[in-house]
Design a protein around this ligand. Structure first.
Ligand code: ZN
Ligand code: ZN
Length: 360
């Protein structure tokens, strides 16, 4: 299964305890259309927690997590046209798709059934090797799944945009929630929500944060620039805001009632779910039928969406709020992430970490 490329040094989980430790492996050989990337920073996404603990029963150990990668191109294959050594680039949630289906053809490859996740994916095009993510010092990726990081964006703050950023940006574009004067609701103020607030404001929208935590009011309004703050448990406030929002991005991963959120929408407004509650949400039809409202899902975004999002972020100086850590802190960071004890995203300074890699 190993492909005889270069030695990469990283950290991996060996079993469902999810504890990471130094790990060495071999990348695949750089092909004609591949770029080799030296990883500088990698964000820690909630999905990484699911992969290292085998929450979905699909983990293939050792698991090297990480799909919010920013790095420098160190080498390119002879067929690469978009990138050259020295370029600053990013890699997000996936590193390949089938490139042949209706969705790949239409630029919605993030919905391809053959999507290969950056971490814990089966790379059929390369002998079925298991993909290893950005908690390591090198990745080899087809150039079609690599994006350019614009000049001027701090690279640590750019890393979380590769997953968290595009996850909220893509549905905002798709549902027209990118226009001045519109009113956006953002439910949940974590890794995803705080970036949605920033994009919403940069689009010139009115942004209201809906949260179950009254303590986040100051953060939302003063630090992130939201216009209003609604406590989801305050029935009176929620009623007063009924029918005012053009769309809502719901980032909450814990189970929560959606009917009160749907009530906030104007007629024909869309609630877009991007979080992943494991228990089914309740959808009373009376919450959507009378106003012709919709509930949508959305998963990350296309490569083109991701590039457009980064370009927009570069132009408007948008980065995630991050806590930068070294690799030897990663197990503590993952424990803290599980308790939502981070404002708002951990980012590993991979290139600045010592003690990467050791005997498998
Ligand atoms: Zn992610
Ligand atoms: Zn496809």
């Amino acid at each position: 299964m190993e492909q005889g490329g270069k030695t990469a040094l990283g950290w991996a989980a060996r079993d469902a305890t999810g504890v990471l430790s130094p790990y060495s492996f071999t990348t695949r050989v750089q092909g004609d259309d591949d770029v080799t990337i030296k990883v500088l920073y990698c964000g820690i996404c909630h999905t990484d927690l699911h992969f290292i603990k085998n929450d979905w029963g699909i983990s293939m150990y050792p698991v090297v997590p990480g799909h919010e990668i920013v790095g420098i191109v160190t080498d390119v294959g002879p067929g690469v046209s978009k990138f050259k050594a020295g370029d600053t680039v990013g890699v997000g949630y996936y590193v390949d798709t089938c490139r042949d289906c209706e969705w790949c053809g239409a630029g919605h490859e993030n919905y391809c059934a053959g999507l290969v996740p950056t971490c814990n994916g089966v790379d059929h095009r390369h002998g079925g090797a298991v993909t290893r993510g950005g908690f390591s010092d090198a990745v080899v990726v087809n150039e079609g799944y690599v994006v350019r990081v614009p000049d001027g964006l701090p690279l640590d703050r750019a890393a979380p945009l590769l997953c968290a950023g595009v996850t909220v940006y893509s549905p905002m574009i798709r549902h027209g929630l990118d226009r001045p004067g519109k009113h956006l609701g953002v439910v949940g103020l974590g890794g995803l929500g705080h970036v949605a607030v920033k994009f919403g404001k940069a689009f010139g929208m009115k942004v209201t944060v809906v949260s179950s935590s009254p303590g986040k009011r100051q953060e939302a309004l003063d630090r992130l620039g939201a216009d209003e703050f609604l406590i989801s448990g305050d029935a009176e406030l929620m009623k007063a805001a009924a029918g005012t929002m053009d769309g809502i991005i719901d980032t909450v991963s814990a189970w929560h009632p959606v009917a009160p959120l749907l009530q906030l929408l104007k007629p024909m407004g869309q609630l877009v779910v991007v979080g992943g509650p494991s228990k089914p949400l309740e959808l009373p039809v009376v919450a959507i039928v009378p106003g012709g409202k919709g509930v949508n899902g959305s998963l990350v975004g296309s490569v083109a969406d991701c590039q457009a999002m980064l370009d927009f972020a570069g132009k408007h100086g948008i980065g995630a709020e991050v806590e930068v850590v070294k690799m030897d802190y990663v197990n503590t960071a993952l424990e803290r992430l599980e308790k939502n004890d981070v404002r708002y995203r951990f980012v590993i300074d991979v290139a600045g970490s010592n003690d990467l890699g050791s005997a498998a």
